[in-house]
Write a protein that binds this ligand. Structure first.
Ligand SMILES: C[S@@+](CC[C@H](N)C(=O)[O-])C[C@H]1O[C@@H](n2cnc3c(N)ncnc32)[C@H](O)[C@@H]1O
Length: 252
């Protein structure tokens, strides 16, 4: 989910809306302690954020009767991972086989940008988090998991490094792995293609692939990777109402 880009470009946000929201933020911060959690969440949640939550809620429901783990490629601060853990807690709290695995460098883009992506203005370390952020995120997600049953079983994993190589190592070490849902949000051509090729043999009829930037002019590498690895004409790609570029496909 991106509103303002790390590069300083903000092609999706309207500055006047940002300014208005900021002044509301200040007022909200004054009464924040008086609000209950639901009030806090709803008052500060934008339409776009709500659309995103509904998008993943709908997709999650489609894997409920299927085996396999969930993998997210491109975690950044982990909001989607946290959401997925909450959804698992709601819909299938006893399904401890539904492991959720997040892959990220946690230092942003690596050396694998194409010339074209560089021309678009992307550079190494765009979307980087903070030093050791993955350790903080691990603690945060553990707290989230503690909010559900079977909290003594850790059901998520963060894998730090270039997903082009770490996913291969993960699958070699965890040979039992089937994938019910794979989420692509690395934005770049090379790792998206590499990971798609690597996980293909772990997908089955019914597995769901989720793409965050399909048809996106600023991240065309994601579409190219999809075109080069899957037979597009055979894919029933869908998008969700309120989501501009995010799409998903149930493999059949
Ligand atoms: C747009 S952010 C992901 C946002 C996240 N999905 C969310 O829901 O908030 C893109 C992420 O992809 C990661 N990334 C880019 N190339 C990568 C690679 N080769 N291996 C692992 N992670 C990568 C970046 O570090 C960055 O955190």
């Amino acid at each position: 989910m991106r509103i303002v880009k790390k590069t300083g470009r903000s092609s999706f946000s309207d500055p006047s809306i940002d300014k208005n929201l900021k002044s509301k933020d200040i007022k909200l911060s004054k009464i924040y302690n008086n609000l209950n959690n639901l009030n806090k969440t709803v008052l500060t949640c934008s339409r776009q954020s709500l659309s995103r939550i509904i998008h993943y809620n709908n997709i999650y429901k489609k894997i409920l009767n299927k085996p396999g783990v969930i993998m997210e490629f491109g975690v950044e601060y982990g909001s989607t991972l946290s959401l997925l853990i909450k959804l698992r807690g709601m819909y299938e709290p006893y399904n401890y086989s539904r492991k959720i695995i997040g892959f990220d460098t946690f230092s942003g883009f690596g050396n694998d940008l194409t010339q074209y992506e560089k021309k678009l203005g992307w550079k190494k370390n765009d979307y980087s988090t903070y030093k050791n952020y993955e350790k903080f995120l691990d603690e945060l997600l553990l707290l989230e998991e503690k909010n559900s049953v079977l909290s003594h079983i850790k059901k998520f994993e963060l894998i730090k490094g270039n997903a082009s190589t770490t996913v291969k190592k993960y699958l070699k070490k965890n040979q039992q792995t089937l994938i019910s849902m794979a989420i692509f949000d690395m934005d770049l051509y090379k790792p998206t293609k590499k990971v798609l090729m690597e996980i293909k043999k772990r997908l089955f009829k019914g597995s769901i692939l989720v793409f965050d930037e399909v048809n996106h002019p600023d991240f065309m590498g994601e579409t190219t990777a999809l075109l080069e690895t899957m037979n597009l004409g055979k894919l029933k790609l869908r998008s969700s109402l309120g989501e501009t570029f995010a799409s998903y496909v149930i493999l059949d």
